[in-house]
Design a protein around this ligand. Structure first.
Ligand SMILES: [Zn+2]
Length: 175
């Protein structure tokens, strides 16, 4: 099984750090760290893993498609103007049943292993979901704009990563 893990936004936040918390925590950095850990866990589980962060979504999508990846996971942090908004949600492409299955496996693992609010599995037409040839999901780990979620994102990266990796292996084992 070949997994393509994409860390959201630009490497080292240049030029796009994604969402930034009032305290200065950057989405691109959290995603980078979590993505690397997901890759380590999946490699340990015997998967072949490509991990990639790029400001160019075309580069990401063509990398996943060219390498004929079996699944695609993009890692992000959410943000909202309302500082009370918090929780985890996982998106798949409209009407994709394989995408829904992968999203459900990952969402279930995250909400059962971390003290996050379960915002559920949702459909969306994001570029990376629309243009990848394989079952693909975009995980919004938690809200960087909420103080409690931000602490989790800083202190529990390994737990998020382990949960995502278990979600992927759950998906693979029921394939
Ligand atoms: Zn993002």
């Amino acid at each position: 099984m070949r997994d393509f893990i994409n860390q959201g936004h630009a490497p080292n936040g240049d030029p796009d750090p994604g969402a930034v918390s009032p305290a200065g925590t950057r989405e691109s950095d959290i995603a980078f760290d979590v993505g690397l850990m997901v890759a380590e866990f999946l490699e340990t589980a015997g998967h072949e893993v490509i991990v990639s962060q790029s400001d160019s979504l075309e580069t990401i999508v063509s990398g996943a498609n060219f390498n004929q990846s079996d699944i695609f996971v993009s890692i992000h942090c959410n943000a909202a103007a309302n500082p009370d908004a918090r929780g985890t949600e996982t998106f798949h492409y409209y009407g994709s049943s394989a995408g829904r299955k992968l999203a459900t496996c990952i969402q279930k693992q995250i909400v059962s292993s971390l003290p996050v609010v379960d915002r559920g599995v949702k459909e969306a037409g994001f570029y990376v979901l629309k243009n990848t040839d394989m079952p693909s999901v975009l995980v919004e780990l938690a809200f960087i704009s909420n103080e409690d979620d931000e602490k989790l994102l800083i202190n529990n990266k390994r737990d998020f990563a382990a949960a995502i990796a278990r979600g992927v292996t759950d998906y693979a084992s029921t394939d």
